[in-house]
Design a protein around this ligand. Structure first.
Ligand code: F6P
Length: 322
């Protein structure tokens, strides 16, 4: 029987986290379950920084980026002593489970609480990187793609006006999901992702070929996980071609903003599914959506199994960039 649960957001914030918080609180309330909202992720869990959340406390947040619960990357939680303090608070609050909205680092932490202190844990995939196995999409990814794309559309105007090459770096840690999507949607001339390393000489050859074909401007999308990032790619192309090249690192702009409808819907479904999973007696799983349906994946699998980028989309990006 579940009477009370704790809820936190952890790691990098992602648009749609608030929609997930709202969904967890309201689903719990409809099942007569009390929710303790923990502030600043595992850091707040260690410090006991929390307050009860009811349905009215999560009004008017579905459209807001960021997370009302705040987020952090806690160093103290890396030690067993820190985790013991976190578990102590959970016992003190008399909670029957913990819902964690975050990425793989946050799930590692949740698995530790389960293994070491038998705390029932459910994960909700909240990261713009989309790099968790067990869900076709993670909360925040769709919004991040839209944000990066709109930036690339603007850069293309300047690239065309000044007949320049732009190297644009997008986020994604070690994954190329955002890069590949915006490359196809933004009509990029080249896309570099960690999943398909390309020698710099071949990138230079692509650029030279574009110039020979009469292209006066180009957009090259680079995922942040690619060795050297946009700055090195820029330098190499400029040196080899003598052409003017600019590098733009989009950075944290991709983490903020109003979540898209797709992210709000995903977050709402997963928030509901997380509470239901606890009620059904599940623990140590991430809730995700696979082919339109709710799926439960053991937490360790979400980071151990690599989620592959779509090879057809990668091939498509290459074909269309001629
Ligand atoms: O995991 C999300 C992410 O935005 C990655 O794409 C990026 O590498 C990292 O977080 C940046 O983290 P921080 O907020 O610590 O700068």
């Amino acid at each position: 029987m579940i009477n009370r649960i704790a809820l936190l957001t952890s790691g990098g914030d992602a648009p749609g986290m608030n929609a997930a918080v709202r969904a967890v609180v309201r689903t719990a309330s409809s099942c007569n379950i009390e929710v303790i909202g923990v502030r600043r992720g595992f850091a707040g869990l260690i410090e006991g920084d929390s307050r009860t959340l009811g349905p009215r406390d999560v009004a008017n947040i579905i459209q807001r980026g960021g997370t009302i619960l705040l987020s952090a990357r806690s160093k103290d939680f890396l030690s067993r002593e820190g985790r013991a303090r976190a578990a102590e608070n959970l016992h003190l609050w008399d909670v029957d489970g913990l819902v964690i909205i975050g990425g793989d680092g946050s799930f590692h932490g949740g698995q530790r609480l389960l293994d070491e202190f038998s705390i029932p844990v459910i994960g909700i995939p909240g990261t713009i990187d989309n790099d968790l196995f067990g869900s076709d999409f993670t909360i925040g990814y769709d919004t991040a793609v839209e944000t990066a794309l709109s930036a690339i559309d603007k850069l293309r105007d300047t690239a065309a006006s000044h007949e320049r090459i732009f190297v644009v770096e997008v986020m994604g840690r070690n994954a190329g999901f955002i890069a590949l999507d915006v490359a196809v949607a933004g009509g990029a001339e080249e896309v570099l992702i960690p999943e398909a390393p390309v020698p710099i000489d071949s990138v230079i050859e692509t650029v030279q070929e574009s110039l020979r074909k009469g292209k006066t401007s180009s957009i090259i999308v680079v995922a942040e996980g690619v060795d050297g990032g946009a700055l090195q790619v820029r330098q190499a192309i400029e040196q080899a071609t003598g052409h003017e090249v600019r590098a733009t690192i989009l950075g944290h702009i991709q983490r903020g903003g109003t979540p898209t409808a797709a992210d709000r819907i995903l977050a709402s479904r997963l928030g509901e599914a997380a509470v239901k999973a606890l009620v059904e007696g599940r623990s140590g799983v991430m809730v995700g959506i696979v082919n339109g349906n709710v799926h439960h994946t053991a937490l360790p699998l979400t980071w151990e199994r690599r989620k592959e980028v779509n090879p057809h989309l990668y091939a498509c990006a290459k074909t269309l960039s001629i």
